[in-house]
Write a protein that binds this ligand. Structure first.
Ligand SMILES: Cc1cc2nc3c(=O)[nH]c(=O)nc-3n(C[C@H](O)[C@H](O)[C@H](O)COP(=O)(O)OP(=O)(O)OC[C@H]3O[C@@H](n4cnc5c(N)ncnc54)[C@H](O)[C@@H]3O)c2cc1C
Ligand code: FES
Length: 260
């Protein structure tokens, strides 16, 4: 069920030059949210920016009634969000969309989480659910440079094994995270893949998954207007023609389900 609510900000912490961690009281969303779902926040009461901003739920604490959002300041909305301080109120709509399908069955005891850049955002809640279901979870995390890498400690605290890559080699191995995944698979290890990141990364991962017949779920980013399936702002092409809505049919899709 989608609940509009006005949440109270608990904290809004700057983690890196452009990445912030926002904790907000939103008890109904904290109870209902599933990994990979997102919320739409309205960062201003004026008409500029007009549209709400979609952000993945990074973590939730149903007992305390809080959700965490991890966001990168790229433009007007996210800059405005970084001005929010403790005790201020934020208009939130959610949880929205179809999140990750958690693995079931005997072959599903290993999960490979593949995150590029701010694609790390939905992965912590997913890791929390997987670890709670005794799924052995490994995170492959790529970013441009060491100072862009955040929240590794939160994954390690859950018991997730973390391997990193950076474009400039300043943290982990030098290269991109899809190459890191390919090297990992080369060693004979496997597991179901759950990925989020920029479209070129997801495209490369989709090719790898198709080539090697790997089970993979991709969380897509798209420009969104309504976020509710009512416009065509977020259409993504599907094989054989037609399209799906990222906001309601996704944002998570099986790798074979969409044309990137
Ligand atoms: C389902 C979903 C979940 C998301 N989760 C997160 C999250 O957890 N954390 C996070 O930081 N961001 C997330 N995003 C992206 C985030 O919504 C956009 O970065 C944000 O709306 C940008 O708004 P802005 O006004 O700050 O920037 P704008 O001024 O709107 O844009 C600044 C720059 O970012 C580009 N941009 C804007 N929106 C998108 C988009 N959706 N995809 C690709 N490029 C875009 C623009 O082309 C421009 O270059 C998510 C997007 C979707 C669709
Ligand atoms: S954003 Fe309007 S249909 Fe998806």
């Amino acid at each position: 069920m989608i609940s509009p609510c006005t949440g109270t900000i608990v904290s809004n912490e700057q983690l890196s030059r452009t990445i912030w961690l926002l904790r907000v009281e939103a008890p109904v969303i904290a109870q209902q949210v599933e990994p990979g779902q997102f919320v739409q926040v309205r960062v201003t009461s004026t008409y500029d920016p007009l549209l709400r901003t979609p952000l993945s739920v990074h973590d939730s604490d149903p007992d305390r009634g809080t959700i965490d959002l991890l966001y990168q300041t790229v433009g007007t909305s996210t800059q405005l969000l970084s001005n929010y301080r403790e005790q201020m109120r934020l208009d939130i709509l959610g949880p929205l969309g179809k999140g990750f399908t958690l693995p079931t069955g005997p072959k599903s005891s290993f999960a490979l989480l593949v995150a590029g850049g701010i694609g790390i955002a939905p992965m912590l809640l997913l890791a929390r659910f997987l670890m709670a279901n005794q799924v052995s979870t490994r995170l492959l995390y790529g970013a441009r440079t060491a100072s862009d890498m955040v929240r590794i400690d939160a994954f390690e605290k859950l018991g997730v094994t973390v391997a990193c890559s950076t474009d400039d080699g300043s943290y982990g191995v030098r290269g991109n995270v899809v190459d890191l995944l390919a090297d990992f698979l080369q060693s004979g290890a496997g597991g179901e893949i759950f990925a989020c990141g920029p479209t070129p990364m997801l495209k490369a991962l989709q090719s790898l998954a198709r080539e090697r017949e790997l089970a993979a779920q991709l969380s897509l980013e798209a420009y969104m207007a309504c976020g509710l399936g009512a416009c065509l702002g977020c259409a993504v092409a599907v094989p054989g023609g037609g399209y799906k809505h990222v906001c309601t049919d996704g944002p998570v899709f099986a790798a074979w389900e969409v044309e990137l």
